[in-house]
Ligand binder design. Structure first.
Ligand SMILES: [Zn+2]
Length: 309
């Protein structure tokens, strides 16, 4: 694995993680959130967002996890260019990638997301998540906050061009979420992968299915990709390697939980007995691993029932 040397420009000033964009190609940049779970200490800045500057405006990939972070990201884009912000693409409808979206609409951008996100937008789960985030991030998410409906629900993959820069937007889900989108900036060879990829921390599974996610990783790599930007963690130069952590984690979780199901062990007992070894050292292990393991345990139960004649 080859993290971009010098790319870790998320400087800490006092206790505040500064937002500083990192170039990953001639037109392409990203900002990198902290590696732990959402907290007041990181003001919700624990995920990545990307932006691409063309001679005909800026295309943004993800909006970060609070309205304030959305505004901060716009200010960071403004440090790089005065071009209008034309388009915001939401990789998927998870709180840490979408709560900043309104600031982009207010700045004149159109907002696109994949239609599979419609289910989440109007779900109880979305409201529960919002209440939970308003509890943790009270200062940054106002009480009247509403989730944003995009201007356009995408039905299929799409290629488009701004200022001579060609983009390819692909629907990779269902994987991390039903609506996962990945954006390739073709002349830069940069792939913004959203939460299909995590680096430097334990991935978050939510209600994802590990089997389909693993299969989707095989379709993620595209010709000509040189830089790959995950939804969390540092960008990597080598697409094959950077997929590695997410893939190894999902495979290992499946193996461990499959054993537990085959031995008819309860989840609580299997979880307590499992040696989590290498994973326990990574950020977000305490916050995410148990829930992930339970999701996969249930999935292994379903798979074992399906396999039984
Ligand atoms: Zn996510």
């Amino acid at each position: 694995m080859k993290p971009l040397l010098g790319a870790a420009l998320c400087l800490w000033f006092g206790s505040v993680l500064a937002m500083e964009s990192i170039a990953v190609g001639p037109h392409s940049y990203y900002v990198k959130g902290g590696s732990g779970p959402v907290s007041a200490g990181n003001r919700g800045f624990n995920s990545n967002a990307g932006f691409v500057i063309t001679s005909d405006g800026v295309v943004v990939f993800d909006a970060l996890g609070t309205p304030a972070l959305g505004k901060e990201l716009i200010a960071e884009i403004r440090r790089r260019t005065s071009q209008p912000i034309r388009l915001l693409i939401l990789s998927h409808y998870h709180a840490d990638h979408i709560y900043g979206a309104e600031a982009f609409r207010a700045a004149g951008a159109k907002v696109w997301a994949h239609r599979e996100g419609q289910g989440y937008l109007h779900s109880d789960l979305a409201q529960q998540r919002l209440q939970e985030r308003q509890g943790v991030l009270k200062r940054w998410i106002p009480s009247g906050f509403k989730l944003l409906e995009p201007d356009r629900w995408l039905e299929a993959d799409e290629t488009f061009e701004f200022g001579g820069v060609r983009f390819a937007l692909r629907h990779i889900g269902p994987a991390h979420s039903p609506e996962d989108l990945a954006l390739t900036v073709q002349p830069d060879g940069v792939l913004f992968a959203g939460d299909l990829l995590f680096e430097g921390r334990i991935p978050f599974l939510g209600d994802a299915e590990s089997r389909v996610w693993l299969a989707a990783l095989d379709h993620l790599q595209a010709d000509g990709v040189k830089q790959l930007v995950p939804g969390h963690g540092l960008a990597f130069a080598d697409a094959g390697d950077s997929i590695d952590l997410t893939r190894r984690y999902l495979q290992d979780l499946r193996a461990k939980m499959r054993d537990a199901v085959q031995q008819m062990e309860s989840f609580d007992s299997a979880y307590a007995k499992t040696n989590w070894g290498q994973w326990a050292k990574l950020p977000a292990f305490e916050a995410a691993n148990r829930g992930n393991a339970y999701t996969v345990y249930l999935e292994m139960e379903r798979e074992s029932l399906q396999a039984t004649p």
